[in-house]
Design a protein around this ligand. Structure first.
Ligand code: CTP
Length: 153
């Protein structure tokens, strides 16, 4: 950690989600279920200069290590994010998020006639491709490529 990067305090234990696409931090909070009712300790930095991606957002969640489903959701809205697990002030694990090949029950299809939007008990299913992230509905082929955060279930 370089001194110029210390914009919010280092944390003792928890997860730092770094290199979030600038502007997506609030959507990351939403994915993590962090609301005005939560009492977890969370730090958010937005539009921080980054040598790697221009500007970035950062979210630090104390005393919580994210699960795979949460990381997969974050990858859809922030494919360059890195997940850093912090224990005893040390980064003990660091990895770039990876786009899953498919997401089930994560995104709602925009097509009102899609079988996943009828009364049928059908779980939404999207095939995922990257650069930029594109989601193709496995049932009706509808493609979602913009404002993916708005369609997260
Ligand atoms: N961090 C933190 N608390 C700690 C240790 C690290 O909040 N106790 C944060 C840092 O501020 C940084 C991220 O976790 O945002 C990753 O830390 P580190 O790997 O030390 O930083 P860099 O080498 O700059 O990371 P990268 O190479 O991924 O840019």
């Amino acid at each position: 950690m370089r001194e110029k990067d210390v914009r919010v305090l280092p944390i003792r234990n928890g997860t730092v989600i770094d290199h979030i696409t600038a502007g997506q931090a609030l959507n990351v909070l939403k994915i993590l279920g962090i609301t005005d009712k939560s009492n977890s300790v969370v730090s958010v930095a937005m539009n921080v200069p980054s040598s790697v991606i221009g500007t970035k957002d950062i979210v630090k969640v104390e005393d919580r290590e994210l699960i795979e489903d949460e990381v997969n959701r974050i990858s859809l809205i922030s494919p360059k994010a890195t997940i850093n697990i912090i224990r005893g002030y040390e980064v003990v694990m660091k990895h770039r998020v990876e786009l899953p090949a498919r997401v089930d029950g994560v995104v709602k299809c925009v097509n009102p006639n899609c079988i996943s939007n009828t009364s049928e008990p059908v779980v939404s299913k999207f095939l995922v491709s990257g650069k930029p992230v594109m989601l193709r509905c496995a049932y009706c082929d509808y493609v979602i490529s913009e404002n993916i955060a708005a369609h997260l279930i």
